[in-house]
Design a protein around this ligand. Sequence first.
Ligand code: ZN
Ligand code: ZN
Length: 339
Amino acid sequence: MNTELVPVFRGNGVLEVVERQPPQLVADDDVIVRVEACGICGTDLNILAVPPAHKAPPGIVIGHEGVGIVASVGSAVTSVQPGDRVVIANRLTCGKCAYCRRGLDNQCTNYQTIGTTIDGAFAPTLRAPARALWKIDPSVPRDDAALFEPLSCAVGAVKRAPFQPGDNVAIIGAGPMGLLFALLYRSMGAGKVILLDVAPYRLAFAQEIGMDAALNVTQVDAPTEVKRLTGLGADIVVDAVGNQINHTIQLARRGGQVILFGLRPHDNPPVNQYTITRYDLTLHGAFVGLHPFAQTIQLLESRRVQPSILVTHRLPLKELQHGVELMRTQQAMKVLIEM
Ligand SMILES: [Zn+2]
Ligand SMILES: [Zn+2]
């Protein structure tokens, strides 16, 4: 049998290339996928940070933003068949805990994650249960499909905050997630879409892909500038960073809404509660997405959001570590690993 070379996480930021047998069907709901490409995510950077900023057991194959072609299916699989192009919904919820039974499966207390707790898609071959795979039309370019998972998180988050066409949106954080929110809001008919960041590379990128404004918060007074651009302040503000709550509430107009999306478990900024109450702000916590997958597939198939515009680098699997460095040092927006 042919073997394949796969980078395996060894802990402490180390990836070791290992020769292995490709995974085989085991359970009757298993699917074997020939991976075409897999995006590098902020979560991967966190897993590979020293010390790690996201837990993953040594010995795991990471990677969860994958797209590929079904090679074979177990006897109980009916949702996909060999030859189908599929993308990965990487959180495997238990379906049995108190939260799953309430329909809040993003809060499942027993979940597994492809690419974090079980082997992922930075490999030529992936084994995954059928329920983690979503079929996508082959007319969607590979590199748009590869951004299905992060886009699904944005799709899940925007539905928390009731939106009206024409709403002005300010997004703190012009990295891949912030820009996915921006592309999404633009496709939904937002008024102005304004990005805020500290990194010149990211701000220039936001400008280049046609965002209405890209503000460097080290150079301008962001609340003043957002008010000048919007009249009253933003109708909706997104924190794509994870510790920007006090800035979000300064950018929102009275009666506006804030989506708190980024995750920084160790940051704990003090909150100006008076502003929230006095100006009638609504704050939404939004952890990944709650059932966003069907809509995300439909959105990608509509081609009205083409997230591959964020892909700046395509590298072979053996250059995974290099891709991680490019993203960590902000010399790349989104890196795709091609198998
Ligand atoms: Zn991701
Ligand atoms: Zn559960």
